[in-house]
Design a binder for this molecule. Structure first.
Ligand SMILES: NC(=O)c1ccc[n+]([C@@H]2O[C@H](COP(=O)([O-])OP(=O)(O)OC[C@H]3O[C@@H](n4cnc5c(N)ncnc54)[C@H](O)[C@@H]3O)[C@@H](O)[C@H]2O)c1
Length: 270
């Protein structure tokens, strides 16, 4: 059963959808009957996602290869989506880069500019033409991709964390500028989602620091994306939804806490 009938036939652009969170979100929109434009800078990854979606027989996918930091490439991509579908209802600005991780003293201007260009300017460059189309259509929905780094810093991620703080501010600013045009703008804030196969030991150690006890999977990000895009969220804009297993809710990680979960009352003793 389609939990979100209001999404059927919607045209959805997901950036950075060749792998990881973006791919999972693109696939889930397709299962809701959407036509998904699968963006990534990596054409081979785009091919994989498009083929996987089109094999399922629900919704449809088209390739939308472009570097989100290149305004000309983004413009051509949006034109191709309009040529194929004649509308654009939802944009998920997911494309982002982390690496290389550099300590502040190891960083240089080229590193700083590349991460700002892709993560922050990329959100602007894609949203700007998309929002014009949505305004002319009578409305739409934009979902940005933040990170816990927006409010709690990662070590050796200065540029990345700055972009994520910027994305949260951008989300609120776009939300109020675009509300009169019935365009809702929100952001998702993933915690630790295992997209890069760091291995079992990493998953175990990371899981110990997460109240729900485990790192997230890309599929954990998809429900909130569909909800925000659906009519069920029609009065929600300017919001940031955390999907982090409780990570940002805690003061100390479980492994160093004075009363760790291992000392909590046992269910059988309640
Ligand atoms: N995985 C996590 O734990 C986590 C946590 C917080 C935030 N996020 C955010 O979620 C988003 C997706 O993360 P992920 O873990 O799935 O990443 P990922 O590295 O698995 O996938 C990102 C995709 O974006 C593409 N991409 C990179 N640069 C691009 C560009 N210039 N134009 C178009 N596509 C480009 C890559 O080719 C890749 O396919 C990012 O914005 C990231 O900052 C992830």
């Amino acid at each position: 059963m389609n939990s979100y009938p209001s999404l059927e036939e919607k045209v959805v652009l997901v950036t950075g959808a060749g792998k990881g969170i973006g791919r999972a979100i693109a696939e889930r929109f397709a299962t809701a009957g959407c036509h998904v434009a699968v963006n990534d800078v990596d054409a081979a990854l785009v091919d994989e996602t498009v083929t996987a979606i089109n094999q399922t027989g629900t919704g449809s996918a088209m390739a939308a290869v472009a570097d989100v930091s290149d305004s000309a490439a983004v413009g051509s991509m949006i034109e191709a989506i309009m040529a194929a579908h004649g509308r654009l209802d939802v944009v998920v600005n997911n494309a982002g880069i982390v690496s290389p991780m550099l300590h502040f003293f190891e960083a240089d201007e080229a590193w700083w500019r590349r991460i700002i260009d892709v993560n922050l300017t990329g959100h602007f460059l894609v949203s700007h033409p998309a929002a014009r189309i949505m305004a002319k259509q009578g409305g739409g929905c934009i979902i940005n991709m933040s990170s816990g780094g927006a409010t709690r810093a990662h070590r050796s991620f200065t540029a990345y964390d700055a972009t994520k703080g910027g994305i949260e501010a951008l989300t609120r600013a776009m939300a109020i500028d675009l509300a009169p045009y019935n365009i809702r703008v929100n952001a998702l804030m993933p915690g630790s989602i295992d997209t890069n196969n760091h291995g079992d030991e990493y998953r175990r150690r990371s899981g110990e620091n997460i109240p729900l006890g485990t790192v997230g999977e890309p599929s954990d990000m998809t429900g909130a994306a569909l909800f925000l895009a659906s009519d069920d969220a029609s009065y929600i804009t300017g919001d940031i939804i955390k999907i982090d297993g409780g990570m940002l809710a805690q003061q100390r990680s479980a492994t160093v806490d004075i009363k760790p979960p291992s000392e909590f009352p046992k269910v059988e003793d309640l």
